[in-house]
Ligand binder design. Structure first.
Ligand SMILES: O=C(O)C(=O)C[C@]1(C(=O)O)C=C[C@@H](O)C=C1
Length: 359
C-alpha cells in the first residue's frame, strides 16, 4: 500500500482517538462531580473529602485492558498509554500532589511515576518520615514510601513511622529494582548487593547516602566515585553504567505503599495492614492473638516486629492479612484480637496488586 494512504488512515484514526479521549475525559469530570455530591448528600459518612485516586477501580480497568488486548500492541505499551490517560483523568477531577521519598530519580520516585503518571505534581522529601508528615499535615494529597524489599526485607524507618502515624494505606505497588551500581548508596541497596560488592569491590570504601539518587548525585560530583542506583539516576546525573544487575537476588522487587487520609472501599481482593502491642508478662499472648486469624480463616501475608520506641524490650507487631477492614469477618476478627492486645491500630486496606509472578 502507498505510504500517503497509510498515513491518511493514521490521521483518521487519530481524529477518532482524540474525540474518544475527550469523551472519556468529560465522563471523568462527571464522575468527579458525582463523588463531590455523594459527600454533600451523606455528610455523616466517614469519608470527609473526595478521593479522586481509586486504586481498586484502576486495577479493574488495567485488568480489563489486558484481557481485551489481542495485539499487535504489547499489553505493557497499552498500559503505559492508559497510565497517562488515567493520570490526566485524575488531574481533571482535582489537582493532586504526591510526596515521595526522594530526591528526584530515587526508586520511590520511579514507583510513583509508574503509579500516577505525568499529570500530577510530585514533591520530593528527603526522608520517609517527611513523607508521612506531608500527608498528615495536608501538604500533599498522597505520599509514597518504600515498605519492603524481596531480598533485604522490611524498611524499618517506614515500620517505625507507622507506629505514630495518622495516615491510612490506600494502595500498594511493586517495582522491579534492576541495574544496581556502585559504592555510594543507601544502606538498603548495599544490603541487596552485599555478595556482589564483597566479591568485586572488596577493598573499596562503601559510603552511605540518604537515598540511591543522592548517592548518584554524590558520585557524579566526584572523580573515581561510583553509586549503586537505578538507570534513571544514571541518566539524570550523567553517569556511565559500569555493571548491571549486581543485586544478590536477580528477582529484586521493592513494594511501596501509597498513603493518604483514608483507605478505599473493599474490592474483590484486598489486604489489610495492622499493628498491635501485647502484654509481655502474659505467656502465650502472641499465640492467642495469632490464633484469632486462624479461627476466622484469615490468611496472613506478612508478619514483622519492631521495638515499641516507648519502653525498652517492648515490641510492636505488624501483620498483613487478606481481607478488608470493612468486611464483617475481618471486623469480628479484629474485635476479638482487641481482647488479647493492649492496642490494635488499623493502618489501612488496599487492593492486592502483587504481580502474578510473585504469588
Ligand atoms: O472511576 C473513577 O472513580 C474515576 O475517577 C475514573 C478513573 C478513570 O479515569 O478511569 C480515574 C481515576 C481513578 O483512580 C479511577 C478511575
Amino acid at each position: 500500500m502507498e505510504l500517503p494512504k497509510l498515513r491518511q488512515d493514521i490521521d483518521n484514526i487519530d481524529t477518532k482517538l482524540v474525540n474518544l479521549l475527550n469523551e472519556r475525559a468529560r465522563i471523568s469530570l462527571n464522575i468527579g462531580k458525582a463523588k463531590k455530591e455523594a459527600i454533600t448528600i451523606n455528610p455523616e459518612d466517614e469519608e470527609k473529602e473526595t478521593h479522586v485516586y481509586i486504586p481498586g477501580r484502576e486495577k479493574q480497568v488495567f485488568e480489563k485492558l489486558q484481557r481485551l488486548n489481542y495485539g499487535p500492541l504489547a499489553s505493557e505499551s497499552l498500559c503505559a498509554i492508559y497510565r497517562e490517560i488515567m493520570s490526566a483523568s485524575i488531574s481533571l477531577q482535582k489537582a493532586i500532589s504526591i510526596s515521595y521519598f526522594g530526591p528526584e530519580g530515587s526508586n520511590t520516585h520511579q514507583a510513583a511515576r509508574e503509579r500516577f503518571g505525568e499529570s500530577v505534581q510530585y514533591l520530593p522529601k528527603l526522608s520517609i518520615p517527611d513523607v508521612f508528615d506531608a500527608v498528615e499535615h495536608g501538604h500533599s494529597t498522597y505520599g509514597i514510601i518504600p515498605f519492603e524489599n524481596s531480598t533485604f526485607g522490611s524498611v524499618v524507618t517506614t515500620l517505625d513511622r507507622f507506629i505514630s502515624s495518622k495516615v491510612q494505606i490506600r494502595a500498594e505497588t511493586y517495582l522491579q529494582i534492576s541495574s544496581l551500581k556502585r559504592v555510594y548508596s543507601h544502606p538498603q541497596a548495599f544490603g541487596q548487593c552485599q555478595k556482589w560488592l564483597d566479591h568485586n569491590l572488596k577493598t573499596v570504601e562503601r559510603v552511605e547516602a540518604g537515598s540511591t539518587s543522592q548517592a548518584a548525585q554524590l558520585a557524579a560530583a566526584e572523580p573515581n566515585a561510583a553509586a549503586i542506583a537505578n538507570i534513571g539516576c544514571a541518566q539524570l546525573y550523567g553517569l556511565n553504567i559500569l555493571e548491571r544487575n549486581i543485586e544478590d537476588s536477580q528477582n529484586n522487587i521493592t513494594r511501596f505503599f501509597v498513603i493518604g487520609t483514608s483507605s478505599d472501599a473493599p474490592t474483590i481482593e484486598d489486604k489489610t495492614f495492622i499493628l498491635f502491642t501485647l502484654d509481655h508478662r502474659q505467656s502465650g499472648a502472641l499465640c492467642d492473638a495469632l490464633k484469632v486469624f486462624k479461627d476466622y480463616d484469615i490468611n496472613l501475608t506478612k508478619i514483622d516486629t519492631r521495638p515499641s520506641l516507648m519502653r525498652p524490650w517492648h515490641y510492636v507487631f505488624f501483620i498483613e492479612f487478606q481481607g478488608h477492614k470493612e468486611q464483617e469477618e475481618v471486623k469480628k476478627a479484629l474485635n476479638e484480637l482487641n481482647q488479647y492486645c493492649l492496642d490494635v491500630v488499623i493502618l489501612g486496606s488496599y487492593p492486592n496488586q502483587k504481580p502474578v509472578s510473585l504469588s
